[in-house]
Ligand binder design. Structure first.
Ligand code: F6R
Length: 604
C-alpha cells in the first residue's frame, strides 16, 4: 500500500505534494514525508514525520519550494520497520532520494552485501536499499565528472534489475533537478501531463491538475525530464483522469463512516438493472452461458460479500460456487474445470492478493469477471468483463456501502444465472425482496439511537470477547459484524456459524463472553434459538438481533419484521455497522482511519 506522489515543474511544490498526499491518505497514514530539489540550488530538502498528513503539513508550514524543480512525497503503511520519522520515506543516500510503494522481498540479502562494502543504513525499511543500490551503481561506473542522464538511467535500470518483489518507485538526484526516474512492477503508478508540469501518483485522485493520464504497465522503467518533450502515448494508453476527489466534506455527519452508512440506500440505483422482469447486466453476450461452476476470490469484507453470493447463487441458480480468500487461492494447486468462471470482488480493484489471484486464473485459461466499485481500476482493466457496483467513492477505511453494493450485485447475478429455472412467480418474489431490502436499509437507521444506548451498556459490562453467530447468509454476516467491531473498536471478536459453537468455541462461554446472535424470522429461527439457549445455559451474555422478542437475551435490538430473509439480512447488516461505529466512538477512536489499516491493500 502506501501512496506516492511526484512532480516536475515550476509550481510551488510543497502545497502540491501535500494536496496529492491527502488524496492518497486512505492508502496508509502512519507516517509521511517529502523531498524537493530546485534547479537554481539543487540541494535535497527533506521533511519526514510519523503520524498523518496533517503532521507533515504542520512540520513543513514554513517551507516553500518555488521555481523549476522536482518533488516526491509518500504516505506510509508500515511493512518493514515501525512507523517513525526515520522509517518514513523519502529515503536518502548521498545525492539521491526515493519513495517506494510495495515490498522488496530480497532486500535483506542486498543490504548485507552493501553493508559489507561500507554502506550505513539509517532505517529498518526494505525501501532504503533502493537509494543505496542506485548510488553504488553510479559509483561502479567510475565517472570522472557528473553523470549524464543516460548514465544515470543505466544505473537506475541496473538497480531495478536487482529487485525482487513489488514496487512503484520514484527517484530524484541532485545532478538532475528537473528529472524523476521511475519504475513500476505490481504496484500502481500513474503519470499525467498538464500545463503545470509532469505528475506521478499511485491513484488518479492525486492527479487533479491533469485531464489525461497513463497507467504504467509492469516492467516500466524510465526517466522524465521537464526539458525533454514527450507524449503520454509514448508511455502507454492514455485515459481520462476521473476527478473523484477524496477530500469532499462530511455533509453534516460526524464521520465519513456514518455518512457512508446513511447513504447506503443509494445503491438502490443498481435495481435499475432489472427491466421487464429480467436482470440486464453489462456483460458480453453469452458470458454467463453454460457455466459449469463459479470460483470467487476476494479479501476481507469483499470476501464476506462473496460468501453471501455463494448462498444466493447456489440457491437461485443451482450452480456450485467456491469462495476462496484471494491470498490462499493465489498459492494453491488446484484443477480448473471447463466453463468455470472466476469472479474477483474488490471495492478498490487494487488489492494485491485479489489482483494476483485474478492474474493466475487468467493464466490458467479461465474466463474472469471483476465486481468492482472503482472504475478504471487495475482489476477491471485486467478481467475479461467488469460489473461496477456503483456505491460511489468510499472513503472511510472500513467498508460499508461498498459491501452492500457488492451483495446486491451478486444477488442480481444470481437471478440472471438462474433466470431459466426460476418461475415467473419466484422471480417476482425475488424482485419484491430486493425492493424490501432497500427499504430495510433505510428502516434500520431508525434504530441508531437505541444502538448507541445499548453500546454504552455493553462497554460498561466490558466483555472478554465478542462472538457473532448466524446461519445461512447470516453466517458471513456474523463474520462481517465481527470484522467491523475488531477493526474499529479494537476488541477481540469472532464470527461463527451458529451450530459450530458446540464444536469448540463454547468452551469459552461464561458470564463475561458476549454472543451477538443473528435471529431472522425467515431462516432457521428455532435452530438458531437452540444455539442461543446452549450459550445461556452456560451463563453467556446474549445480544440478540431479531424482529422477534427473545426472552432470555441480555440485550436486544428488535429489527422490523419482513416477509423474506434478505431484507432481514440487510437490516441486521446496518445494525452491526452502527454497533461497531458506536463502540469505536464511545472509546474515542478514529473510525475513519483505524490504526494499522489502510483502504487499499496493495501489498500481499
Ligand atoms: C473491512 C475492509 C477490508 C476490505 C479488504 C478488501 O472493512 O474494508 O477488509 O474489504 O481490504 O478490499 P477491496 O475490496 O478493496 O479489495
Amino acid at each position: 500500500m502506501c501512496g506516492i506522489v511526484g512532480y516536475i515543474g515550476k509550481q510551488e511544490k510543497r502545497a502540491l505534494l501535500i494536496a496529492g498526499l491527502k488524496e492518497l491518505e486512505y492508502r496508509g497514514y502512519d507516517s509521511a514525508g517529502l523531498a524537493t530539489l530546485e534547479k537554481k540550488c539543487p540541494v535535497l530538502e527533506i521533511y519526514k514525520t510519523d503520524g498523518k498528513i496533517n503532521a507533515l503539513e504542520n512540520l513543513t508550514q514554513d517551507f516553500t519550494s518555488k521555481g523549476e524543480g522536482v518533488g516526491i512525497a509518500h504516505t506510509r503503511w508500515a511493512t518493514h520497520g515501525k512507523p517513525s520519522a526515520t522509517n518514513a520515506h523519502p529515503h536518502v543516500y548521498a545525492g539521491s532520494a526515493i519513495v517506494h510503494n510495495g515490498i522488496i522481498e530480497n532486500y535483506a540479502t542486498l543490504k548485507e552485501k552493501l553493508q559489507k562494502k561500507g554502506h550505513v543504513f539509517s532505517s529498518q525499511t526494505d525501501s532504503e536499499i533502493i537509494a543505496h543500490l542506485f548510488e553504488a551503481q553510479l559509483q561502479a561506473q567510475n565517472l570522472q565528472s557528473a553523470p549524464t542522464k543516460e548514465q544515470a538511467l543505466q544505473a537506475f535500470q541496473k538497480t531495478i534489475a536487482q529487485l525482487e518483489g513489488a514496487y512503484a518507485i520514484l527517484l530524484i538526484n541532485t545532478h538532475f533537478p528537473t528529472c524523476i526516474f521511475y519504475a513500476k512492477e505490481r504496484s500502481p503508478l500513474l503519470i499525467a501531463l498538464a500545463k503545470q508540469g509532469i505528475f506521478f501518483a499511485s491513484a488518479p485522485s492525486a492527479l487533479s491538475q491533469a485531464s489525461q493520464m497513463v497507467r504504467l504497465e509492469d516492467g516500466s522503467i524510465g526517466v522524465l525530464d521537464l526539458h525533454t518533450p514527450f507524449k503520454l502515448e509514448d508511455l502507454g494508453t492514455p485515459s481520462a483522469v476521473i476527478q473523484d476527489s477524496t477530500q469532499s466534506d462530511l455533509e453534516g455527519f460526524q464521520t465519513l463512516m456514518q455518512k457512508e452508512i446513511y447513504e447506503q440506500y443509494k445503491v438502490l440505483t443498481l435495481l435499475g438493472r432489472i427491466k421487464a422482469q429480467r436482470v440486464h447486466l453489462e456483460l458480453p453476450k453469452g458470458f454467463l452461458e453454460n457455466l459449469s461452476c463459479l470460483s470467487v476470490v476476494a479479501c476481507g469484507s469483499s470476501y464476506h460479500a462473496g460468501l453471501v453470493g455463494k448462498y444466493l447463487i447456489e440457491d437461485l441458480a443451482q450452480l456450485k460456487v467456491q469462495v476462496e480468500l484471494a491470498s490462499e487461492y493465489r498459492y494453491a494447486h488446484f484443477a480448473t474445470q471447463a466453463k468455470e468462471l472466476l469472479i474477483a470482488i474488490s471495492q478498490s480493484g487494487e488489492s494485491a492478493d485479489t489482483l494476483e489471484a485474478l492474474k493466475l486464473a487468467k493464466s490458467l485459461g479461465l474466463n474472469t469477471l471483476a465486481i468492482c466499485n472503482t472504475q478504471n481500476s487495475t482489476m477491471s482493466a485486467l478481467a475479461h468483463a467488469t460489473l461496477l457496483t456503483h456505491a460511489g467513492l468510499e472513503r472511510s477505511v472500513a467498508s460499508t456501502k461498498a459491501v452492500v453494493s457488492q451483495i446486491l450485485t451478486l444477488w442480481l447475478l444470481a437471478l440472471e444465472l438462474g433466470h431459466k429455472r426460476l418461475s415467473k412467480q419466484a422471480l417476482q418474489e425475488q424482485i419484491q425482496a430486493l425492493h424490501a431490502s432497500m427499504q430495510a436499509i433505510q428502516d434500520a437507521l431508525e434504530l441508531h439511537p437505541q444502538i448507541q444506548i445499548l453500546s454504552a451498556q455493553i462497554l460498561k459490562q466490558n466483555p472478554k470477547g465478542y462472538f457473532f453467530m448466524g446461519r445461512g447468509v447470516f453466517y458471513p454476516l456474523a463474520l462481517e459484524g465481527a470484522l467491523k467491531l475488531k477493526e474499529l473498536a479494537y476488541v477481540h471478536a469472532q464470527g461463527y456459524a451458529s451450530a459450530e459453537m458446540k464444536h469448540g468455541p463454547i468452551a469459552l462461554a461464561d458470564c463475561s463472553l458476549l454472543s451477538i446472535a443473528l435471529l431472522p424470522q425467515n431462516l432457521l429461527f428455532s435452530k438458531n434459538l437452540s444455539n442461543v439457549e446452549e450459550l445461556r445455559a452456560r451463563d453467556g451474555l446474549i445480544f440478540a438481533i431479531s424482529p422477534t422478542p427473545i426472552d432470555n437475551a441480555t440485550f436486544q435490538i428488535q429489527t422490523k419484521p419482513y416477509p423474506h430473509y434478505m431484507p432481514e439480512f440487510f437490516s441486521m447488516l446496518v445494525v452491526l455497522q452502527l454497533f461497531a461505529l458506536e463502540m469505536a466512538q464511545l472509546k474515542g477512536l478514529d473510525v475513519d482511519k483505524p490504526r494499522n489499516l489502510a483502504k487499499s491493500v496493495t501489498v500481499e
